[in-house]
Structure formats: structure tokens, C-alpha cells
Design a protein around this ligand. Structure first.
Ligand code: NDP
Ligand code: GDR
Length: 365
């Protein structure tokens, strides 16, 4: 039985990857940091009684900023594969917590790689590093591919740049099977509530159900190459099953402005919008409601821009070229953006029918 260790196991990708590896018959160990409230919702359905001798899913307390703890867990679990997904993953928040972000996202990756050398597992254990399209930052070339120069635009991206290169360096210096997946944005109903897609689908659901008046967003012009997290964790696994360790771009090859994502999400519930105004003055108002279940007054303002969500330096355009992954990994995304939006909006409508909206929802993210 293959053994995998996943850092960030209770995050969006950790949850989908755990599911995938359990289906494939792996023993899965997950590292999760201590929180004052239980935050394992995304993986609760995978829980197995640790007293069961055949248990295949185990959680360990750990933190990317604690080397001793990482060394101990890796020694105990002796993994064949490590998926390093843990990170302070919010780009805007990284401007507020730059030092911590560098420590967890940058040096954290070094801690994993060094732990493997210290434990003499560097020839046994394969490492997947969660690299990101944020590395491309200020546009140098489109579409962005494995050879496109990096130009990071946030403390998050700079930390991830260190993680990218230290992974390449350990591969070249010590012959480790260590790979970067340069993943473009991927979303799902499990996406954190403060990333723009989920913030939008939650906002649409709450507004349509009469639980929220309007939503406030930042830069509506930014364009992203959005895929489904389920497809992207499959690529992570494939990257570690190859004969040689290499880095891969994982993307759909299609880019969409944030504004169009908003339009598509409202349209799912039959609510049509018109955008007027520019920059900080831009708003979206309702022009038609096709679905009798979700009726809002025509002319109602449902989206407004709040400059608080602008970033000091922005990544305006991401569009990936997944040719290498498609050719070498035989990887293809199964979901397209309309299916993703449909699934996310439906899940949030369902969720809000079950619980009431938090008062300060629109102030976060
Ligand atoms: P999430 O934010 O959903 O999950 C991040 C996970 O990391 C959470 O489990 C979080 O725990 C954990 N974590 C954060 N800091 C620490 C720490 N110091 N020690 C231990 N665990 C920590 O991210 P995603 O699942 O979306 O992304 C997974 C990885 O892929 C991240 O590294 C992200 O930067 C990267 N990435 C994501 C992309 C995307 O579009 N989703 C695209 C490209 C890269 P907690 O719940 O306690 O906060
Ligand atoms: P990103 O994702 O920064 O690309 O990082 P996010 O969803 O936060 O932003 C995407 C774009 O939308 C714009 N935007 C807003 N963003 C947020 N969060 N909230 C808003 O209200 C809002 N309004 C407009 C942003 O300015 C941006 O241009 C994600 C994370 O998962 C990273 O960890 C990962 O590495 C990259 O994707 C690839």
C-alpha cells in the first residue's frame, strides 16, 4: 500500500486529493494545524476511527513553521509521496502578513525538503510542491507556460517563488523526485469563502434568497483561468507517477474577467444584470428575473465596488497553456467554467437554505 502525506489536508485541495488517494487505495496521512474551533468540515466525510487496525486516513497536528514537528511526522509516517499544499494562500492577506507568509509558504517548503534529507528519505519520497500561476504576475507572455519568465506581484507570490526554486534546486542538487505543479486558479463548492469566485456565488445565493442586500467586490477587470479543483488534484497525482521529475502548468487555457463570472453566477438563478460606471463607481443592477423563485426589483443594485479589495499590486491577466500536461500526463479537465459556476451557485443556495447569513459577510475577503 502506498503511503501519502498531505500538508494542508483540510483545505480545498487537501480534501479533494485525500478523497482521490483513498479511492486509489493509499494510506493517507494529513497534517493540520491546531485551531480554536474544529475546522475539518471539508474532510469530515472521510473520517475513520483511529482505533480501527485497518484505518487508512489519519490526521496529525503540525505546522509549516515548525521543523521539529515536520521531521517527526515524516519519520513516523515514512511517506512514498508528500503533497505540500499547506500555505497562507490568500494573495490580498499576504500584503498584511508578509513575514508569516514567507515563513509558512517559502521556508515551509524548505523544511519539508530538508526533513527528507535529514531522515535519509530523499531517494524514497516523492514531493509535489503546490506552485502557482501567481508566479507569472506582471504579464511577460501569454498564454503562460513552463518557460514563461516569472514576475511575482505579492508577498504570497514571492514566497511561492522561493518554494518553486528550492524544489527545483533540491531536485538538481540531490536527485530528489521533487516537482512543481504550476496550477492556475481552481475552484469548487469547497473553495474558501474569501476567494472571489466563492464570495460571488455565496453573495448571489444570499441576495437571491433575500438574506443580503448587495455584495462589494474589488477589481472586476482582472482575468483568471478558472478550473475545477477536482480536475486539478488528479493532475497533482499524475505529476508524481511519472518516470522523471518535472514541472507542469495545469490550466484550462481559457480566461474570463471577474465581471463575467459575476454575470454568469447571477444568470444561474435567472437574474440578469447591467454594469454601469467605471472603476470605484462601477455597480451592477438587475435588469430582468427569469426565474419565479428568485425575483428581485428591476433596477436594484446588487454589486458595488469597494476599493478596500484592491491590491497594492495586481495580477491583471492569467491564461495558462496546459499543452505539456495534456501531452505528457495525458491530463484533460473534465469541467468547464459554466459547469463550475452552476455547481458552486447550487451548492451555496442549498447551504443558505440551511443556515442564515453572517452579519458581516460582505466585509471579509
Ligand atoms: P486553502 O487555503 O483552501 O488551504 C490551505 C491549507 O493550508 C489549509 O488546510 C490551511 O489550514 C493550511 N495551512 C495554512 N497555513 C498553515 C501552516 N502554517 N501550517 C500548516 N497548515 C497550514 O488552499 P487551497 O487548497 O486552495 O490550495 C492548496 C495549495 O495550492 C496552497 O499552497 C495554495 O497556495 C496553492 N495554490 C492554490 C490554487 C488555487 O487556485 N486554489 C492555485 C495554485 C496554487 P487552516 O484551515 O488551518 O487555515
Ligand atoms: P487569486 O484569487 O488572488 O487569483 O489567488 P482571488 O479569488 O482572491 O482573486 C482573483 C481576482 O479577483 C479579484 N477580486 C477579488 N478577489 C477577492 N478575493 N475578493 C474580492 O472581493 C475581489 N474582487 C475582485 C482579485 O483582485 C484578483 O484579481 C488564488 C489563490 O488560490 C492563490 O492561493 C493561488 O495561488 C492563485 O489563486 C492561483
Amino acid at each position: 500500500m502506498k503511503v501519502a502525506l498531505i500538508t494542508g489536508v483540510n483545505g480545498q485541495d487537501g480534501a479533494y486529493l485525500s478523497e482521490l488517494l483513498l479511492e486509489k487505495g493509499y494510506m493517507v496521512h494529513g497534517i493540520k494545524r491546531r485551531a480554536s474551533l474544529i475546522n475539518t468540515d471539508r474532510i469530515d466525510h472521510l473520517y475513520q476511527d483511529p482505533h480501527d487496525p485497518n484505518v487508512r486516513f489519519k490526521l496529525h497536528y503540525g505546522d509549516m513553521t515548525d521543523s521539529t514537528n515536520l521531521i517527526r511526522i515524516i519519520q513516523e509516517t515514512q511517506p512514498d509521496e508528500i503533497y505540500n499544499l499547506a500555505a497562507m494562500s490568500h494573495v490580498k492577506v499576504s500584503f498584511d502578513t508578509p513575514e508569516y507568509t514567507a515563513n509558512a509558504d517559502g521556508i515551509g517548503t524548505l523544511r519539508i525538503l530538508e526533513a527528507l534529507r535529514i531522515l535519509k528519505l530523499d531517494k524514497k519520497t516523492r514531493v509535489y510542491q503546490a506552485s502557482t500561476s501567481e508566479l507569472y504576475g506582471l504579464v511577460q507572455e501569454v498564454p503562460q507556460r513552463e518557460t514563461t519568465p516569472f514576475y511575482p506581484r505579492s508577498p504570497y507570490a514571492v514566497a511561492k517563488l522561493y518554494a518553486y526554486w528550492i524544489t527545483v534546486n533540491y531536485r538538481e542538487a540531490y536527485g530528489m523526485f521533487a516537482c512543481n505543479g504550476i496550477l492556475f486558479n481552481h475552484e469548487s463548492p469547497l473553495r474558501g469563502e474569501t476567494f472571489v469566485t466563492r464570495k460571488i456565488t455565496r453573495g448571489v445565493a444570499a441576495i437571491a434568497l433575500g438574506l443580503q442586500d448587495k455584495m462589494y467586490l474589488g477589481n472586476l477587470d482582472a482575468r483568471r483561468d478558472w478550473g475545477h479543483a477536482k480536475d486539478y488534484v488528479e493532475a497533482m497525482w499524475r505529476i508524481l507517477q511519472q518516470d522523471t521529475a518535472e514541472d507542469y502548468v495545469i490550466a484550462t487555457g481559457i480566461t474570463t474577467p471577474v465581471r463575467d463570472f459575476v454575470r454568469m453566477a447571477f444568470d444561474e438563478l435567472g437574474i440578469e444584470l447591467a454594469f454601469t460606471g467605471k472603476g470605484e463607481k462601477e455597480v451592477a443592477v438587475v435588469t430582468a428575473c427569469r426565474n419565479k423563485e428568485f425575483v428581485l426589483p428591476i433596477g436594484k443594485e446588487v454589486v458595488a465596488v469597494d476599493a478596500a479589495y484592491f491590491r497594492p499590486t495586481e495580477v491583471e491577466l492569467l491564461i495558462g497553456d496546459p499543452t505539456k500536461a495534456m501531452t505528457k500526463l495525458d491530463w484533460q479537465p473534465k469541467y468547464d467554467l459554466p459547469e463550475l459556476v452552476k455547481e458552486m451557485v447550487a451548492a451555496d443556495v442549498e447551504l443558505f437554505r440551511k443556515e442564515s447569513v453572517a452579519q458581516f459577510e460582505h466585509l471579509i475577503g
